[in-house]
Design a protein around this ligand. Structure first.
Ligand code: SF4
Length: 355
């Protein structure tokens, strides 16, 4: 087994959003399962980078990171816009699709067969996004929403439970708009009386809850507009669904929300939170928010502060806005000073950390 030891070590680095963090954990687990060993960056033969194109600083940081790794084999995935792809290719970085990870490896490396169980398992059930928030590149880099068939998602969960995972995360850029093809019944998708009726997310949660075993289901990320009464009811009543809802607000100002192409008002968002809290006592609500969006004034920011105080988030992912080429918001420029974004970032984090 030539160079067995030398070709065995890997390191995963993620830049960007929570989804990338989940992808990084999934990737790490997959690499371990085919026999590679997670090490420090210094010891790694293979370095996997998950890029984020939502903010330019993310790409710049990833570029700076790979620049110092000339002796290693580097693979890159995540949200990568075309111009960024060219920049990375010039640095001898190989691009890969997370769905096709197996193609990356030689048979020599696949001969290892370590199975390292972990508590958490991340299962993508849909990908892509149809929402076109004006600051976001996801619909361009990951395409439109595609949901996996119902039975594939359920089978993946069954396998994870059989492998003794206790905490299972259902993932998608917009997971609560899951709309997978229904199961085959008597050779007909959805059965004779169900024709092409799509299986919505709440039904998927119900089906998964019926699987026997000791586990908890989490899901992320959600869009407030798709948080239906059925989903809230499922979280409230199904014992194996964690009482945890990620509900990205992005801004507390109606003016900024409109400009971001987020189709809800602050009042609608707060009403939704009230409904969730009334139906699910002790629910943990988390959020994503952007500070320093181009038209965000101090008065707009204070409306976000107000939402933070009213909701009492369990955790908040506060992002400083930076423009991304190809998005609708790019033409608005970036007039809010970085120091001002940092001030707003600190204020929201302080409020969130109090909880
Ligand atoms: S909902 Fe908006 S922010 Fe989330 S992935 Fe889709 S376009 Fe991006």
């Amino acid at each position: 087994m030539r160079n067995q030891k030398k070709l065995n070590n890997f390191f995963v680095k993620s830049f960007g959003c929570q989804y990338n963090e989940f992808d990084a954990t999934t990737l790490t687990n997959s690499l371990k399962q085919i026999g590679l060993v997670e090490t420090t960056l210094d010891e790694a033969d293979f370095v996997f980078v998950l890029n984020c194109s939502v903010r330019k600083t993310g790409v710049d940081r990833a570029m700076g990171f790979v620049r110092n790794l000339e002796s290693k084999k580097i693979y890159l995935s995540g949200c990568v816009l075309k111009p960024d792809k060219k920049r990375f290719l010039k640095k001898n970085v190989e691009l890969f699709e997370l769905d096709n990870i197996d193609k990356l490896f030689t048979s020599e490396l696949l001969t290892f067969n370590l199975q390292l169980p972990t508590i958490s398992k991340f299962i993508p059930i849909m990908k892509g996004c149809n929402n076109f928030c004006s600051y976001c590149v996801v619909p361009y880099t990951r395409g439109r929403e595609v949901s996996r068939p119902f039975e594939d998602a359920v089978n993946d969960v069954k396998k994870a439970i059989a492998a003794d995972h206790k905490e299972i995360w259902l993932l998608g850029q917009n997971v609560n708009s899951y709309d997978g093809p229904p199961p085959l019944q008597g050779g007909v998708r959805g059965g004779e009386n169900n024709n092409n009726k799509r299986f919505r997310f709440a039904q998927l949660l119900t089906e998964i809850n019926n699987i026997s075993g000791n586990f908890l289901i989490y899901f992320t990320s959600n869009h407030p507009k798709d948080m239906s009464d059925e989903i809230i009811e499922a979280v409230a009543t199904l014992p194996k669904i964690a009482k945890f809802i990620h509900l990205p607000v992005q801004s507390g100002s109606n003016k900024v929300l409109r400009s971001m192409n987020r189709p809800y008002t602050r009042d609608e968002y707060l009403k939704l939170v009230k409904k969730i809290k009334a139906r699910i006592p002790n629910v943990k609500i988390t959020t994503d928010v952007i500070v320093g969006y181009p038209n965000e004034t101090e008065a707009d920011f204070q409306k976000t502060v107000d939402i933070f105080k009213k909701v009492g988030y369990f955790q908040a992912y506060v992002n400083k806005y930076s423009p991304r080429e190809g998005t609708a918001a790019h033409k608005l420029g970036d007039p809010v000073l970085w120091s001002e974004k940092e001030r707003r970032w600190r204020i929201l984090n302080e409020i969130a950390n109090k909880n």
